[in-house]
Design a protein around this ligand. Structure first.
Ligand code: RUB
Length: 312
């Protein structure tokens, strides 16, 4: 359990972050745990695995890729502990390679929406969104990127380092400069932590303001997201929980000291309604947000009973 708790800690502290990376890391952590766990019966093994899954899922509540990855890895029926261990190892391997392939496919699909000479704006640090930008660049298209700082955790720093390595001309801007620059932008491309059954996109705090600005200036707003970012539980009527993180990510301690009537609010994500989303680029194609229900029902194909019985 020690190693699994360490892995859970890395997700919670955001050492491992970004919805896709979190999902792959959790699948690998479960697989590792399964290989090590000692159990004298399959019932005991099942119980230990369920506890481990719960520990991982409870680290960050918004990225639905996490419970989806756990559910896919945990989908086994086995008569013995050995059988269960190899089923889990195969599930985890399959999930990770499917996820890596999805990233490539999304890049190819999304890049078709970027023209030579386009200016693109991205918010936060999304591997899927960057795959689109990098693919367009690799195709020889000349593009310019506006990358936001993404307060309070400054994921924009990761984005500009990545873009700089690829040699893509980039302007780094503070989040509040988005509207100022929006009329120079041809497309906004962001990732997603969750997509609900009604096509709303949950992503890094500030995304909905970016979408609003894009909508106002008739700029394309494109979401790059693997199908395991769609939330099956929203089909049961549940809402996606928005993680609220510690105040000290926002306010320096010396400023906070002595303030008695101020409460810092620090939601890590927000909801962009589907009306502001032009297209979602997934590995199974570019879809309008209105098709989210079909992706969840037909492609992810999870029986509602399975969702109701499992905590995650
Ligand atoms: C990261 C974030 C990213 C999505 C998609 O938030 O909001 O846009 O997770 O990323 P945090 P990816 O830094 O709080 O995890 O496309 O890499 O899955």
């Amino acid at each position: 359990m020690k190693q699994l708790l360490e892995s859970a800690g890395k997700i919670k502290s955001m050492e491992i972050r970004g919805a896709g990376k979190i999902a792959r890391f959790a699948a690998a952590a479960l697989c590792d745990y399964a290989a090590r766990v000692e159990a004298s019966s399959i019932a005991e093994f099942d119980e230990k695995m369920k506890n481990a899954a719960q520990v991982l899922v409870s680290t960050r509540p918004t990225a639905v890729s996490l419970p989806n990855a756990v559910r896919m890895t945990m989908r086994y029926k086995a008569g013995s502990v050995e059988e269960a261990k190899s089923a889990i190892a195969k599930n985890a391997r399959d999930f990770i390679s499917r996820s890596e392939l999805a990233m490539k496919k999304i890049g190819e699909i999304g890049a078709r929406r970027i023209r030579d000479g386009d200016t693109v704006l991205t918010h936060c640090n999304s591997a899927a969104a960057l795959s689109v930008i990098a693919t367009a660049h690799a195709q020889g298209k000349s593009i310019h990127v506006y990358a936001t700082e993404s307060r309070p955790r400054m994921q924009g720093h990761l984005t500009i380092k990545h873009l700089d390595k690829l040699g893509i001309p980039t302007s780094f801007i503070v989040d509040s400069a988005v509207h100022h620059f929006m009329n120079r932008v041809d497309s906004v491309i962001v990732g997603a932590d969750a997509i609900t059954v009604n096509g709303a996109v949950i992503n890094k705090i500030g995304t909905s303001q970016v979408a609003l600005a894009a909508h106002e200036s008739r700029t394309n707003f494109i979401v790059a997201a693997e199908t395991y970012k769609f939330s099956p539980k929203t089909m049961l009527g549940e809402l996606v929980e928005i993680e609220e993180r510690d105040w000290n990510e926002v306010l320096p301690a010396d400023v906070a000291r002595g303030l008695s009537s101020v409460k810092v609010r620090n939601p890590a994500f927000d909801v962009t309604p589907r009306e502001y989303v032009d297209l979602i680029c997934t590995e199974i194609g570019a879809i309008p947000p209105e098709m989210s229900y079909i992706v969840i029902r037909d492609y992810l194909g999870w029986a509602l009973e399975e969702l109701e019985t499992n905590k995650w």
